[in-house]
Ligand binder design. Structure first.
Ligand code: GCU
Length: 597
């Protein structure tokens, strides 16, 4: 009965991704046509391109890309004489008119594509914030909800050799029942914020695969390969040429083959981020990928990488483009941000509070930086709404689907600073078990609440901790909680025999704004916070990682203070122009000290 009710509610809900094919793994190694660049747009605050004047969905909306056929025909829009925006890119930082805009923008891209016989075609989006309705040649091909995960739709039957028009209605309006919900502390950058590609595959192709070391092992590789198409029973060969390894596995009637073999592999680590060329060859298709192999586990309060205890020297990062601002989306953006994290002495980054673009993860893989990846279950989500839960599960599934073969990703996080309640616990436990069912190998965490049990003792006993591998905890002693020296008196206790990552701490400073260490917003105040924090953190016996808030200043609509914030959260260790603040060097010194150990 409950299942029926959920299905009914889902059918009614405006979201959940219709007609979406399984995420195609590793579009890198495939024949793709890049659809990035200038797209024609129509800004449509009243959604008159979607609804008629009775607020009913219209069959004759902007997705038809109609042109008047006679001088008398009435058409009240025209993509080709409207403005254009760059894709990938948010609309807010491309034109001042849309800086604060939250609503619908229609995108249109015309293209020709001579599909080869016996092939299939898909359109792949790296991400679109927030709700995307996708049409090809006037036909609806699907809908996707969630601003930070990829999705693809099959267009084989609809695409034609010439004169195709792909239309996407992107709506970034915030909703109470959405994920994230109405209130966040980051800019709600809207648009086709990541790469758009056209992917061509054989009729039966390697749809997805999961190839990683088995939990706790350093030489046993387990996982699976999944074919999609009509010739599902095949021999699939997995090769790692550098090691001479090659083994064939038979797929079953569902196109599925379990993978299990032992190999003598050099293990991936921050010191030596070894990636292997791995090819998956079916009779009808083959894909290549660069995969690292490492084991990650906990033992008591320790985190073990390849069997050895490690300390996660980290920093939080928002997907804010360095220097130019706006949603980051490119390999270069990733190289700049991760390069700064490396300068800090970091071997770990917490990508907040949503899955970042694939370039970020692939560069972390290449550079040897471990990653905490999180879905935007942030602050006060609608815990009792089954549609919200389904949406969060879907985003979690898509995050794991895209990055499950990346050695750099060591922690999946299901939430940030969510208030205690039974409904919240049930919601998050559901996500934790969903993640474990999809990926039994990685560690699960969340940025949890903690509370004072007396003036000088903070206790970590959030009931969610029971179900996690790593405890994440945010604290702002010295900024929202007292003055910097308050940290000197504090100790942390935990109900759990588990490792702690202090997933946020810090304070705001405007670069170049100076004064004494008790003057808010100055670099000296922020520097003092870090000095007192580090002394406090060193005393926590079960601390196994830190990711202070945050690498660079980032835009937030909640930060209007003129001449100081101007809609930027200034807790960055680096300014929005790439200038390092005094606190940067305090943390760098500590991380260098830890590196020497
Ligand atoms: C919170 C939150 C962040 C926010 C930060 C801040 O803890 O997790 O998203 O930006 O604090 O207040 O600066």
């Amino acid at each position: 009965m409950a299942k029926l009710l959920i299905l009914l509610l889902l059918a009614l809900a405006p979201c959940v991704n219709a007609q979406q094919t399984d995420l195609i793994a590793n579009t890198e190694g495939r024949k793709t046509i890049n659809l990035n660049g200038q797209w024609q747009i129509i800004v449509d605050p009243y959604e008159s391109g979607y609804y008629n004047y009775r607020y009913q969905p219209s069959n004759d909306g902007y997705f038809k890309n109609a042109k008047p056929k006679t001088k008398s025909e009435l058409i009240e829009y025209d993509f080709d004489s409207s403005g254009s925006l760059n894709v990938p890119g948010d609309w807010n930082t491309q034109t001042d008119q849309l800086f604060f805009y939250e609503g619908t923008v229609w995108y249109k891209k015309s293209f020709d594509y001579a599909r080869k016989p016996d092939t299939r075609a898909f359109v792949y989006f790296g991400g679109a914030n927030y709700l995307a309705d996708v049409y090809l040649n006037g036909e609806k091909i699907g809908r996707h909800e969630g601003g930070f995960t990829p999705f693809n739709f099959e267009i084989t039957k609809l695409v034609r050799d010439t004169g195709n028009f792909l239309v996407v209605k992107v709506d970034n309006k915030r909703r109470r029942d959405a994920v994230p919900t109405l209130m966040t502390d980051w800019w709600n950058y809207g648009g086709l914020t990541r790469d758009v590609r056209l992917i061509e595959t054989p009729t039966t192709f390697v749809n997805d695969y999961f190839i990683q070391l088995q939990k706790g092992s350093r030489n046993r590789v387990t996982g699976w390969v999944k074919l999609a198409g009509d010739k599902l029973k095949q021999q699939v060969t997995v090769r790692i040429p550098e090691t001479g390894f090659s083994r064939s596995f038979a797929t079953d009637a569902r196109g599925f083959a379990a993978i299990d073999f032992s190999a003598d592999l050099k293990l991936w680590s921050p010191e030596d981020p070894k990636l292997y060329d791995v090819s998956i060859e079916a009779e009808t298709d083959q894909v290549r990928d660069r995969i690292g192999f490492r084991s990650i586990e906990t033992r008591g309060t320790d985190i073990l990488l390849n069997g050895r205890p490690i300390f996660l020297r980290g920093v939080c990062i928002h997907e804010e483009a360095p220097i130019r601002g706006g949603r980051a989306y490119s390999r270069e953006d990733a190289q700049t941000l991760l390069g700064w994290a490396k300068d800090l002495g970091a071997n770990f980054v917490r990508l907040a509070h949503y899955p970042h673009n694939e370039w970020m993860i692939r560069e972390a893989d290449r550079l040897g930086i471990m990653v905490w990846s999180e879905i935007p279950v942030y602050w006060t989500i609608e815990w009792e709404n089954p549609v919200t839960l389904e949406n969060a599960r879907n985003q979690l599934g898509e995050m794991i689907a895209r990055d499950k073969n990346r050695a750099a990703v060591v922690i999946w996080s299901v939430a940030n600073e969510t208030p205690l309640s039974d409904a919240r616990l049930a919601f998050l436990k559901n996500l934790v078990s969903h993640a474990r069912s999809l990926d039994p190998g990685r560690l699960l965490s969340a940025a949890m609440e903690r509370h004072y049990i007396n003036d000088t003792t903070q206790m970590i006993n959030d009931p969610l901790g029971e179900y996690l591998d790593v405890l994440g905890c945010n604290e702002y002693v010295g900024w929202y909680d007292g003055l910097p020296e308050k940290a000197d008196q504090l100790e942390f206790k935990s109900k759990y025999q588990k490792p702690l990552v202090m997933s946020e701490f810090g304070g705001d400073a405007l670069y170049g704004h100076h004064g004494d260490a008790l003057t808010r917003w100055t670099e000296e105040y922020q520097e003092s916070i870090y000095q007192h924090q580090i002394a406090m953190l060193k005393k926590i016996p079960f601390l196994r990682g830190t990711s202070p808030w945050i690498l660079t200043d980032f835009r937030s609509p909640r930060r209007p203070l003129p001449k100081i914030q101007d809609y930027w959260n200034r807790k960055g260790l680096i300014s929005s122009r790439g200038e390092k603040k005094k606190a940067f060097y305090v943390l760098q010194a500590w991380y260098r000290e830890l590196q020497q150990r």
